[in-house]
Write a protein that binds this ligand. Structure first.
Ligand code: FPP
Length: 223
């Protein structure tokens, strides 16, 4: 029996009536997490797997119906080859280590995104996971993997359209709003799925590489 991850009051007491049907999470910031610890970017991705596990478990315990995790976008292929290879390797390890457990916990796993362009063994892992868990009913877990950004743009447009339909927009817009929007834009660092030029992907030192290996061992073989 695993110890519940939630420390707060049970969902029945707090959340049940207000729980959204679907939560989608963009798992950003892995690189920054690693950089702050003087580790290669890959360490951030490894650590990201721990976060995936915690979040999936919490979602299941809370009784959420749908959870979508943005794992790898079509734009992410632009990253350095070594980082892409590492992410694909992590994906394989995650599938091999966790799908069976998710199945035991009655989680249905699906993958949204293009299958073309994926290595055949990865496509096989995806098919296998979907088939194995197809009848599960506790939580619908979707991994957006090799997904395109068009749908996100369409979603953003829908949100804006809803705001407009609700009467918020244009007539109340003024100079301060223009300035605020431009300042917000200026603060953004746009990388279009890639990484900042010159940002290294692999660790510069053997020590940093070793750090990734230790972290991976902790995450995948905790015993
Ligand atoms: C964005 O952070 C994150 C990704 C491109 C990959 C997300 C992947 C994981 C959390 C691990 C793999 C998960 C599974 C389920 C196999 P970033 O690299 O853009 O970070 P930054 O914004 O700090 O640079």
């Amino acid at each position: 029996m695993t110890k519940p991850i939630l420390e707060a009051a049970p969902p029945q007491a707090v959340l049940a009536s207000r729980l959204p049907r679907h939560v989608a999470i963009i798992m950003d910031g892995n690189g920054r997490w690693a950089k702050n610890r003087h580790l290669p970017r890959e360490a951030g991705h490894v650590k990201g797997i721990s976060a995936v596990r915690k979040v999936v478990r919490a979602a299941r315990e809370l009784g959420l119906q749908y959870l979508t995790l943005y794992t790898f976008s079509t734009e992410n292929w632009r990253r350095p080859e070594s980082e892409v290879r590492h992410l694909m390797g992590l994906f394989r390890r995650y599938c091999r280590a966790d799908i069976e457990k998710l199945h035991r916990h009655n989680v249905r796993v699906r993958f949204i995104g293009a299958r073309v362009g994926l290595d055949p063994d990865i496509a096989g892992l995806i098919e296998g996971a979907e088939t194995l868990t197809a009848r599960n009913t506790a939580l619908n877990l979707a991994f957006a993997f090799n997904y395109g950004s068009r749908e996100e743009l369409a979603d953003a447009a829908r949100v804006l359209a809803r705001e407009a339909a609700a009467g918020r927009l244009w007539p109340d817009f003024g100079a301060a709003d223009v300035q605020a929007a431009l300042e917000e834009f200026a603060r953004r660092e746009r990388r279009f799925g890639g990484v900042v030029d010159g940002e290294r992907s692999r660790g510069e030192s053997a020590l940093a590489e070793a750090g990734v290996r230790v972290l991976a061992a902790e995450v995948f073989d905790p015993e």
